[in-house]
Design a protein around this ligand. Structure first.
Ligand SMILES: [Zn+2]
Ligand SMILES: [Zn+2]
Length: 149
């Protein structure tokens, strides 16, 4: 292994968006389904999110206008339980980590990247802008999820 390894280290390779097998990847339905599984199985820790997925959930919930009726109380309970399952200050330490843009491969601190609510790929602000122009109305990932963060 030679120079290839170095360039692979500096830039990251793209991950294809994870398409939703349920056929509906809107953030709300995605989260409702996952929170529903957690509820049905009587709150196992394995059904709680962590890492990037939990950051995306927290950002998505935070980005909903106050009093939004679509915010299912179950989703909020599930988020709270997920956060309680993390070490203190997990959110800020996670944001300080470096991630890479799935489109251009450049590295950024996670706080500067947008995360897809459904497939958890990340894009830099510049590439999110490009994605934006392709879609007609909403900022959406190819998988149907929303960009948050
Ligand atoms: Zn980029
Ligand atoms: Zn996605």
């Amino acid at each position: 292994m030679g120079p290839d390894l170095e360039s692979a280290d500096a830039r990251c390779s793209a991950t294809p968006p994870r398409m939703n097998s349920e056929g509906d990847a809107s953030s709300l339905n995605h989260y409702r389904r996952l929170a529903g599984q957690w509820e049905e199985e009587q709150h196992p820790h394995e059904r709680l999110l962590s890492g990037l997925e939990l950051v995306a959930l927290r950002c998505w919930v935070g980005s909903q206008p106050e009093g939004t009726p679509v915010l299912d109380p179950l989703i909020l309970d599930w988020l709270e339980a997920g956060e309680a399952n993390q070490p203190e200050d997990w959110f800020h330490s996670q944001l300080r980590e470096r991630g890479c843009c799935n489109h251009c491969g450049n590295r950024y601190k996670l706080e500067n990247l947008a995360i897809c609510t459904c497939c958890s790929i990340t894009l830099c602000p510049f590439c999110v802008g490009k994605t934006d122009r392709q879609s007609s109305r909403y900022r959406r990932c190819e998988c149907g999820g929303d960009w948050v963060g």
